[in-house]
Design a protein around this ligand. Structure first.
Ligand code: HEM
Length: 399
């Protein structure tokens, strides 16, 4: 309990890893008290995520735990999000979305990702030409994923700029929330839904080669198997799920490259394949640190789970499990024991994993080759969030 309390302090959020190491000493899974389990072991996390009897908290659980949830617009939308639905409803909506979110559509974005990266690097070069600091999070790490996800969905360029504050407000729902933050989160949910409702009407009338048009066509042909509400609600999820996560992968990866110039050099010259670098960034400093499930009567990692337990799987801890990874606290892009838990596992495995990996694999070599002398310009500022791990600011010089 002490370790978990320490984890939620600003210092614990800044560096959770020593606390995870302490939890690993206690075992693969630790009971925190009645109703709450924390799972830190790699194998135990995998077991929980892949066992369909561990359900995500859906509207039936909210009904029990948050009476009146229907009065919160974000929860009304969230009740249809892939992340918050189980078994039949999940399989139905996920398979329809997956039909539009194909490997081909993702791979087809590569030239656009390359071009966007070059544009952003040019702008960074201009801004930093006189040796002044460039803010990597604002000027690159946020812009690339947001542009890519907007391009994928089919959000026109002129609409993109206004999205950041709204999306940022909405991702607040993934953190442990103070009630005061709910009005802001709800307002963002309402705004985004209104936006997508309008855009969907346009795309129905005039389809384009984008994910939204494809999904509308699939939905219209699916005999009501995907309602408009389910489709639109999951568009808001796709937008925010693809925002800050990939942003943090880029920021966390650059920070490692800045602190370990030999790693940066190896990626720059191709001595370390960029895909291996990206996997190790995901393992070493996961952009998503935890997820959770509702437990049932069973055993996990040697510990007894009770029906209805809140089972928190600490992905960031599983990625540093000494039982699974040799020298877990060492960044080693060439390690052979890879396979981080950062995208989850089982039925809810991240639908955007290939896209996030593609963006990072295109961005890092271009960035490191373009700016061989890139260096930190002062201390970065970490975001104070526990679930999403990343930087608010990461200033660099590029000359
Ligand atoms: C580095 C970037 C990313 C990370 C670390 C990440 C992480 C995750 C994790 C851990 C889950 C599973 C949650 C659970 O099991 O409870 C997940 C699910 C999901 N992710 Fe990602 N994600 C990333 C990028 C993206 C992108 C780019 C998109 C969209 C374009 C996306 C869309 C989703 C969606 C829709 C789900 C829900 C899938 C389901 O429940 O069936 N993610 N992600």
């Amino acid at each position: 309990m002490e370790t978990l309390t320490a984890l939620s302090t600003p210092a614990g959020r800044a560096d959770p890893y020593p606390h995870y190491a302490r939890l690993h000493e206690l075992g693969e899974a630790v009971r925190l008290g009645p109703g709450v389990m924390v799972v830190v072991g790699y194998d135990a996390i995998n077991t929980v995520l892949r066992d369909p009897a561990f359900r995500v908290a859906d509207e039936t659980i909210w009904e029990r735990d948050f009476p009146g949830w229907q009065d919160q617009p974000v929860l009304v939308q969230g009740a249809d999000w892939l992340l918050n639905i189980n078994t039949g409803k999940h399989a139905r909506i996920r398979s329809l979305i997956a039909r539009a979110f194909t490997a081909r559509r993702v791979a087809g974005l590569e030239p656009a990702i390359r071009a966007m990266t070059e544009d952003l690097l040019n702008a960074m070069a201009d801004r930093g030409a006189d040796g002044s600091a460039v803010e990597f999070m604002r000027d690159f790490a946020y812009r690339l994923p947001v542009t890519v996800i907007c391009e994928l969905i089919g959000i026109p360029e002129s609409d993109r700029e206004g999205f950041r504050p709204i999306a940022r407000d909405l991702v607040g729902i993934f953190e442990l929330n103070e009630p005061e933050s709910m009005p802001t989160i709800n307002a963002a949910a309402v705004d985004l839904l209104a936006y997508f409702t309008g855009l969907a009407a346009q795309r129905r009338a005039d389809p384009r080669d984008d994910l939204l048009s494809d999904l509308l066509a699939i939905s219209d042909a699916a005999d009501g198997r995907l309602t408009d509400a389910e489709l639109l609600h999951n568009m808001t999820l796709l937008l925010v799920a693809g925002f800050e996560t990939t942003t943090n992968l880029l920021g966390n990866g650059l920070r490692i490259a800045l602190l370990q110039p030999a790693v940066a050099a190896a990626v720059r010259v191709g001595e370390v394949p960029v895909a291996a670098f990206v996997e190790e960034v995901l393992r070493y400093d996961s952009p998503v640190q935890l997820t959770s499930r509702v437990g049932y009567e069973t055993k996990v990692g040697g510990a007894a789970v009770s029906d209805g337990d809140n089972v928190m799987t600490l992905l960031g801890a599983g990625n540093r499990d000494p039982r699974r990874f040799a020298e877990p606290d060492t960044f080693d892009a060439l390690r052979s024991d890879g396979s981080p838990l950062s995208f989850g596992g089982g039925a809810h495995f991240c639908i955007g994993a290939a896209l996030a990996r593609l963006e990072a694999s295109v961005a890092f070599p271009l960035l490191l080759r373009r700016f061989p002398r890139i260096a930190p310009a002062g201390e970065p500022v970490r975001r104070a969030t526990l679930l999403l791990r990343g930087f608010d600011t990461l200033p660099v010089t590029v000359r």
